[in-house]
Design a binder for this molecule. Structure first.
Ligand SMILES: Nc1ncnc2c1ncn2[C@@H]1O[C@H](COP(=O)(O)OP(=O)(O)O)[C@@H](O)[C@H]1O
Ligand SMILES: [Mg+2]
Length: 358
């Protein structure tokens, strides 16, 4: 699928923008503070009802207004066209899909799957494990519609158990131990299967960008994999009570990326770490495409600036082979790399919140 029309009102410095993007590659350039990230933020709002820069949507609204609207026409590979809209007005968020008022963010996320790569994404491999859990869960969420429900049950069991631990009400604990065991195991199995499927795709893409030894990707499920979670919850009880939280479970999960059996983040260069992150994120998109899911948009903000020219060219050439719509920003036209091999693309110039097709 692709966005074939986009209308933005009052998103940061974009007072009013109307855009007809290319089906595949869209190159967006302009000086610092011209509004490039705001454009990607608007698309992200449309697909996630969330910002990747602000905690609250109200902070994304243009200073001179008190509401914002983003709407888009999405063309599916079947030829079907869907109208998506999101509005934030008087503190209320409204999501519309084909004129119907929908209230859930997940409906929107399925209607417009988005993959975001921005400077913060570079932390994927060296920051805390939260980002890596989100990475796995995004992949599973897009592949399995029932995952969200199971994941919520697991989160609920975990927070109930933690609340009991804090107040030392041990009598009721067994109920939540069982719930945590049940849903936690489901969540862990989904993640494990996901990494198994993702790995070969990731390895192929990583090979395009890097020459390194034998790469391996594996799940750290959050508890000793030889035991079942229920047993661990029971043996951990004293420790859990003392600290007031659950030490083991899928909320402690992670994935481990090794090269020649060594933890990649401990020895590869910054540049290599970036390329590995890029390969992981692109692999997620390709995995969905290979499994027959609607392709979505890839939003790449400023990320190319951090890559050398040859990697930028390889990136664009790879993106051109995928059946997916891409929006990618840079401050200068020539930062995108060699454009000769990428086929159809559109270029947009941004200046003080005004976007012009070149
Ligand atoms: N709520 C807002 N209302 C109006 N302008 C804003 C708001 N938030 C940020 N800006 C301004 O919008 C401009 C564009 O920001 P941004 O999209 O991040 O630029 P770029 O990515 O091109 O460097 C900046 O000048 C910024 O100060
Ligand atoms: Mg920016």
């Amino acid at each position: 699928m692709s966005l074939q029309k986009l209308d933005i009102y009052h998103v940061r410095n974009l007072t009013q923008v109307s855009l007809i993007p290319a089906k595949k590659i869209n190159l967006i350039y302009g000086a610092n503070a011209s509004g490039k990230s705001s454009l990607l933020e608007a698309i992200y709002l449309l697909g996630r009802a969330n910002s990747f820069r602000a905690k609250q949507i109200k902070n994304v609204i243009h200073f001179a207004y008190d509401d914002l609207t983003v709407s888009g026409q999405v063309l599916f590979s079947t030829g079907h066209v869907s109208q998506l809209g999101i509005q934030h007005k008087q503190g209320q968020l409204q999501i519309r899909i084909d004129q119907e008022k929908k209230h859930s963010r997940s409906d929107l996320a399925y209607a417009l799957p988005l993959q975001l790569i921005h400077p913060k994404s570079y932390q994927l491999l060296d920051a805390g494990s939260q980002l890596r859990r989100e990475f796995m869960d995004w992949g599973v969420f897009n592949q399995h519609q029932d995952f969200l429900q199971q994941w919520r049950q697991f989160k609920k069991a975990l927070s109930q158990r933690n609340a009991l631990l804090k107040t030392k009400r041990t009598k009721e604990l067994h109920v939540w131990n069982h719930e945590l065991q049940q849903y936690g195991t489901i969540v862990a199995n989904y993640r494990k299967q996901y990494l198994i499927e993702l790995t070969p795709i990731f390895l192929k893409i990583a090979k395009l960008f890097l020459q390194v030894g034998k790469i391996n990707l594996s799940l750290v499920q959050g508890w000793d994999c030889e035991s079942n979670l229920l047993e661990i919850l029971q043996t951990d009880l004293e420790k859990d009570l003392r600290y007031g939280f659950t030490h083991s479970g899928p909320h402690r999960a992670d994935f481990l990326l090794t090269i020649d059996s060594r933890k990649a983040k401990d020895f590869v260069s910054r540049g290599q770490l970036k390329l590995l992150m890029l390969a992981l994120k692109l692999a997620q998109v390709q995995h969905l495409l290979e499994n027959g899911f609607q392709s979505g948009c890839i939003l790449i903000d400023d990320a190319v600036a951090e890559l050398d020219l040859s990697s930028r060219t390889k990136l664009l050439e790879f993106l051109a082979t995928l059946d997916v719509q891409v929006f990618i920003t840079a401050t200068e036209k020539n930062e995108f790399g060699d454009l000769n091999q990428i086929g159809d693309y559109k270029m947009f110039y941004v200046e003080q919140g005004v976007i012009t097709e070149i």
